[in-house]
Design a protein around this ligand. Structure first.
Ligand code: SF4
Length: 371
């Protein structure tokens, strides 16, 4: 699909894409959806999500144990290999232990970049956490101002919020259209779209998404109904678009997801009225959480059950990074909650490289047959 190519090119060669931005703006990297990128955007810098190396990991082994998740190891590998030289800064929200330790290793070894820790609360369900979170965001704003040497006013924050709301609404619209007519766009294309939108200039991404949504809205009424089974992906990020192909070849469609490269990025519009930082804080408090943050003992499970019901999904495929403890600890209760509502699930532990494609396809096909 032509409209996807621009996103795919950014995903295939993020370094090349960032060169086009570098001349105009500072570039700040991050590797977690809890990064308040609206504030970075408002400060006139370009936030870019890092997804880890596409090559072999060996330099990072000198700093991180092989039993750390491949996302964190892969991002460090890219930095040590000099592949992230376009970055002027790096922001680390405090989420899982691996990201927190990556922050320390980065500070000691990747000296050329501005470095910032955003020490978020772990619990996201109390009034005091919301107050604390607001203070953290205020501090982040001050530190960005000091670094950039320019004041960051509320008008710029408001404009950033409006831009991000538009971007997220368009991404969600593509998901909604695919949920209604899964055949109008492949899962692989959706994966490229969402990752590309986290790399590209956000206003440029909005322009391309508006075109894509128009194309898909036209196609929705014209595409023959597909009687495939419906599934949801859950987990952290999906760096393996082949998984979408395998699911589709096995006779199913991914009709929604609970991924950081997915709905965790676009869910939750930010209030456009009132104090902008308080509105950004509220989004984090109210948005579906990841397992590195706590709301209550069942909130992630309830989100998944609701997603399965809303999108008539017959099963959930968990894409958990090998060695990711937060996701591993959540899995048993999520599986149980889904099972109790009649939704089967499959756990795939993924790493830098996927298991042999035949082996993976067999597991996915067998699961889809049972759905
Ligand atoms: S995959 Fe797990 S361990 Fe790795 S960064 Fe994400 S939450 Fe942390």
């Amino acid at each position: 699909m032509e409209a996807i190519q621009v996103f795919q090119r950014a995903v295939d060669d993020p370094g090349g894409y960032l060169k086009t931005i570098k001349a105009e703006r500072k570039i700040i990297g991050y590797c977690c959806t809890y990064t308040p990128e609206e504030i970075i955007f408002a400060a006139g810098a370009h936030p870019v999500r890092l997804f880890g190396t596409k090559g072999k990991i060996h330099r990072a082994d000198a700093h991180l144990q092989a039993y750390s998740c491949s996302l964190v190891r892969g991002v460090l590998e890219d930095a040590l290999a000099g592949n992230l030289e376009s970055l002027d800064g790096m922001v680390f929200p405090h989420t899982c232990d691996s990201i927190q330790r990556l922050s320390d290793i980065w500070r000691l070894n990747i000296a050329s970049t501005w470095h910032n820790d955003v020490v978020l609360p772990v619990k996201l369900n109390t009034e005091s956490a919301q107050e604390y979170l607001l203070d953290v965001l205020k501090k982040f704003r001050r530190e960005l101002e000091a670094w950039s040497g320019a004041p960051l006013d509320d008008a710029a924050l408001h404009e950033a919020i409006v831009t991000y709301n538009r971007l997220r609404a368009l991404l969600k619209r593509v998901y909604e259209l695919k949920s209604v007519s899964p055949g109008i766009i492949s899962g692989r294309a959706v994966n490229a779209m969402i990752k590309g939108a986290m790399i590209m200039d956000r206003r440029a991404a909005i322009g391309h998404l508006e075109g894509l949504v128009r194309t898909l809205e036209t196609a929705t009424g014209q595409t023959p109904r597909r009687e495939a089974k419906r599934t949801i992906l859950a987990g952290s990020i999906c760096n393996h678009p082949e998984i979408y192909d395998i699911v589709e070849n096995a006779g199913a469609d991914v009709v929604w997801d609970e991924l950081c490269t997915g709905s965790r990025f676009f869910e939750g519009p930010i209030d456009e009225d009132g104090d902008p930082l308080a509105a950004i804080a509220r989004r984090y408090m109210n948005r579906m959480n990841c397992p590195a943050k706590h709301k209550d003992l069942r909130s992630r499970g309830e989100t998944l059950v609701r997603m399965a019901q809303d999108h008539a999904a017959g099963g959930v495929i968990f894409l958990n990074f090998k060695f990711c403890e937060p996701h591993a600890f959540d899995y048993p209760y999520l599986k149980e909650m889904l099972q109790a509502r009649g939704v089967p699930s499959l756990l795939l532990e993924i790493d830098q490289e996927l298991p042999a494609s035949g082996q993976l396809a067999t597991r996915i096909e067998a699961f889809i047959e049972t759905m």
